[in-house]
Structure formats: structure tokens, C-alpha cells
Write a protein that binds this ligand. Structure first.
Ligand SMILES: Cc1ncc(COP(=O)(O)O)c(C=O)c1O
Length: 440
């Protein structure tokens, strides 16, 4: 049995005290993990404690911690030059654009705008949508998370604290329910799939009564909601949504910042739902941990004038080098691994759910998996405290986990994780659940 660690250790405690003196208190720190180093799916804290990492820095370390090929690519680039700015050109930036063109989820050439983060990719998509459609309005989804800059945070609707103190936000965003099959809030018609119900609501309630469709530039949606609770949309949603967009000339923007880059066993989660978006927002796993994002659009849409949008660090040479190595590793082996090990993990978790009634739902695709804890399986009332307890206990037993939604644990490990590592981590999760159950 795994021994329980005494955390934080002495060194971690003193570093956290120093941090609190000089770093913004706005960061949503969870439990007191102070990183020293990592390798693959393992990390060590500054007191020498070893942890298995099921969080991957919020789904970022796609190739594991410090993959030698990624490190080598960064080192080689660092020897050559660190920065030249987006006023000029360099080859790895071009190669990255070519690689993204290859993997973009639409059957048409793709052009990319490179960013430094997810929120900046979303911001770029919002601006491009307004620019090319000449329309001002947008539709976003309750429970969505798209970042924290002023435009992106307007769409973010997973918790009200992202908005508290920041009004007025960007003008022109209307939120509608996400097609959450476990917590549906709308009533379906006979024979209608819940995903279609949500799209009917958008058309009949929002477009018909609030915003004329010809004023809507785009619908921005996560193919699988991340921060909102690792929610796989209900059947029928994306085909109906795509048809709605086509009917009214509305652009479909998918935020793949968390779900993209092979995490679900395909390059993009939207590929599981059989429709093609117009714009894709990427970041997180794209460069294994170096700051990089991309707003990838159909070439015919990327028609803004020189100077209309830009940034100093876009196409950062180190990030581009890391991204090229990352894309190669994911394409060659880790995307397949995510599909296989993800399916194995879901199976094991569904077996675990049979032993623990507190697990209300297990869902996900590939290595984007959520476990929802409930007070009661009938009412599906979220048990947030239980979830928090499990996350803390898992940490004390050597596993890094992150919560999301109201009472969900997300499993978003590096895409190179093995079945043995999954078994080890799931063993810790079950132990934590048992301990939390005993304390109830
Ligand atoms: C779906 C999604 N979009 C956008 C963002 C914002 O990314 P960043 O924190 O890099 O700005 C996140 C971050 O969690 C995300 O999950």
C-alpha cells in the first residue's frame, strides 16, 4: 500500500511562504505541490517526494515532462537564436504553419496565427470572426472556459468569479446551455436527441427572439467542455450546430485548447463528431509546455489586412521548435497511445464506479476523462466536498489530480502514459475514495 506523505515538506512550505509575499494571489493554486523536476509522467517536489502526474500542467505536458526529443529541439534552437519578433520570418515558424495545415480538421487549406496562450488564440478568433463577417454578435455556452483576457473571459461561463469585479465585459456574447447529457436543462421533443434540443433552443429562442441571425458572427464552443466538467456533448449536437451555422452564415469556432493536440486519440476532438469547424483555437499541449498557441482558420477566412492583428512573441522560435518535435511525437505514437490507454482507463474507471456509488458518472474520450462525484445517483446532486477530499488524499498518496466542473476529477495525463502508470494512479484514486468514504 502507498504510504501517506506529510505535505507540504519543509522546503516546499518555506517556498510557498516566499511565493505568497511576491506573487499575485489571484492564481488558483490548489494543493501545495512545489515542483523540482519531472520525467515522463513522474514529477518530484522540492522535498524529494515522487508523484505520478495525471494533470500534466492542465493538459499541457502532452509528451510528458522534459521529453528528450523536445528538450533537444529547444536546445538546438536556443543555440541559434531566441527571438526575432513577428516583423520577420524564420523557418520553424513556417514549418509549424505547414504542420498545422496538414492536421487542421477541415478539408481545405489552413492558415495559422501563432499566439502565446489559449486565451490569446480565442481572442484572435473573436477578432477574425468580426473582421471577416462584419457582424458583431456571438453565442457561447454556459460552463465554457475560454481564458481570461477581456474578450475570451466574456465567453467564459464556468464560474462567476471569472467575471466578478471585471464588468463591463466585451459586448455581444449570449450564452446558451451546453448539451450536457448528465445534467440536461432543456426538454427534448419526442424522438429528438438532446444535442438537437440545444440547437433548436438556440434557433427558436435565441436567434428568433433575441439576436437576429444575420448579426451573429460566430458560435464559439468547446468540442468537449474542459474546465466546465469534462463533458462530452450529447448525441446529435455538432451535426445540428453545423447545419445551423450554415443556414445563417455563422462561423463555427471550436476551442480545442484543452481537447486538441491528440488528447482524445485524434488531433482534434471535433473529429469525433463528424463536422468541420471554420476556426480552431489551440494551445496547451501544442508545444509540450513551452508557451504557444495557434488560431487556425480556413484560408479563405484569414483575409485580414497587414497589421490588423499581431504580437511581439508570436512564432517564438523556442516554442515553434518544441511544437514541431511535439507534433512529430504525438503523430508517430502518442495519439494512438491516448486512444488505447484512454479506452483502458475508461473501462477500469467504469469497473471502479460499480464499487463506489459516490461515482455518478465516468465519461470522456481518449485521455480526456472525467469522474463525477454525486451525493446520490438518483438526484445526481454534485458532491463537491467529496471531490475536493479525493484530490487532496490522492496528493498525499503521490498522485497529482485536478478538479473541474462542480464535483469532477479530470484525468488528463501526458499522452505517453502507460497502462502500468494508469493502474498505479487508479489504485491511488480508489484508495483516496475509500478513505474519503470512511470519513463520511
Ligand atoms: C478550452 C480552453 N480554452 C482556453 C483556455 C485558456 O488558455 P490559457 O490559460 O493558456 O490562456 C483554456 C485554459 O484552461 C481552456 O481550457
Amino acid at each position: 500500500m502507498v504510504t501517506r506523505l506529510k505535505l507540504p515538506g519543509v522546503v516546499a512550505r518555506s517556498m510557498i511562504e516566499r511565493d505568497h509575499r511576491v506573487i499575485s494571489p489571484s492564481y488558483p493554486r490548489g494543493y501545495p505541490f512545489v515542483m523540482d523536476h519531472g520525467k515522463g509522467c513522474e514529477v518530484w517536489d522540492v522535498d524529494g517526494n515522487r508523484f505520478l502526474d495525471f494533470a500534466a500542467g492542465i493538459a499541457v505536458n502532452s509528451t510528458g515532462h522534459s521529453h528528450p526529443r523536445v528538450v533537444k529541439a529547444i536546445q538546438e534552437q536556443a543555440e541559434k537564436f531566441l527571438h526575432i519578433s513577428s516583423d520577420f520570418y524564420h523557418e520553424n515558424w513556417i514549418r509549424l504553419g505547414e504542420a498545422l495545415n496538414e492536421i487542421a480538421p477541415f478539408n481545405e487549406p489552413a492558415v495559422s496565427f501563432m499566439t502565446n496562450s489559449g486565451t490569446e488564440s480565442v481572442e484572435a478568433a473573436i477578432k477574425l470572426a468580426r473582421y471577416v463577417t462584419g457582424r458583431t454578435q456571438f453565442i457561447g455556452f454556459l460552463g465554457g472556459f475560454h481564458g481570461r483576457t477581456m474578450g475570451a473571459v466574456t465567453f467564459t461561463a464556468s464560474k462567476n468569479h471569472y467575471h466578478r469585479g471585471f464588468f463591463p465585459l466585451m459586448n455581444g456574447v449570449t450564452h446558451v446551455p451546453y448539451p450536457d447529457p448528465y445534467h440536461p436543462v432543456l426538454q427534448s421533443l419526442p424522438g429528438e436527441r438532446y444535442g438537437e434540443t440545444v440547437v433548436r433552443y438556440i434557433e427558436e429562442q435565441v436567434l428568433a427572439k433575441v439576436i437576429p441571425p444575420e448579426d451573429v458572427a460566430a458560435i464559439l464552443v468547446e468540442p468537449i467542455q474542459g474546465e466546465g466538467g469534462y463533458i462530452v456533448p450529447a448525441d446529435g449536437f455538432f451535426p445540428a450546430l453545423r447545419q445551423l451555422c450554415d443556414r445563417y452564415g455563422i462561423l463555427l469556432i471550436v476551442d480545442e485548447v484543452q481537447s486538441g493536440m491528440g488528447r482524445t486519440g485524434k488531433w482534434w476532438a471535433i473529429e469525433h463528431f463528424g463536422v468541420e469547424p471554420d476556426i480552431v483555437c489551440a494551445a496547451k499541449g501544442i508545444a509540450s509546455g513551452l508557451p504557444l498557441g495557434a488560431m487556425i482558420a480556413r484560408k479563405r477566412l484569414m483575409k485580414w489586412q497587414k497589421g490588423a492583428h499581431g504580437n511581439t512573441f508570436g512564432g517564438n522560435p523556442l516554442s515553434c521548435a518544441a511544437a514541431l518535435a511535439t507534433i512529430e511525437l504525438i503523430g508517430n505514437e502518442y495519439m494512438q497511445n491516448a486512444a488505447e490507454v484512454g479506452a483502458y482507463t475508461l473501462e477500469k474507471l467504469r469497473e471502479m464506479a460499480l464499487r463506489h456509488p459516490v461515482i455518478g458518472d465516468v465519461r470522456g474520450i481518449g485521455l480526456m476523462i472525467g469522474i463525477e462525484f454525486v451525493k446520490d445517483r438518483e438526484t445526481r446532486k454534485p458532491d463537491e466536498q467529496f471531490r475536493d477530499r479525493v484530490v487532496d488524499l490522492a496528493f498525499e498518496h503521490g498522485l497529482l489530480l485536478l478538479g473541474c466542473g462542480k464535483s469532477v476529477i479530470r484525468i488528463s495525463p501526458p499522452l505517453c502514459i502507460t497502462r502500468q502508470e494508469i493502474d498505479e494512479g487508479l489504485g491511488i484514486i480508489e484508495r483516496a475514495i475509500q478513505l474519503a468514504e470512511e470519513a463520511c
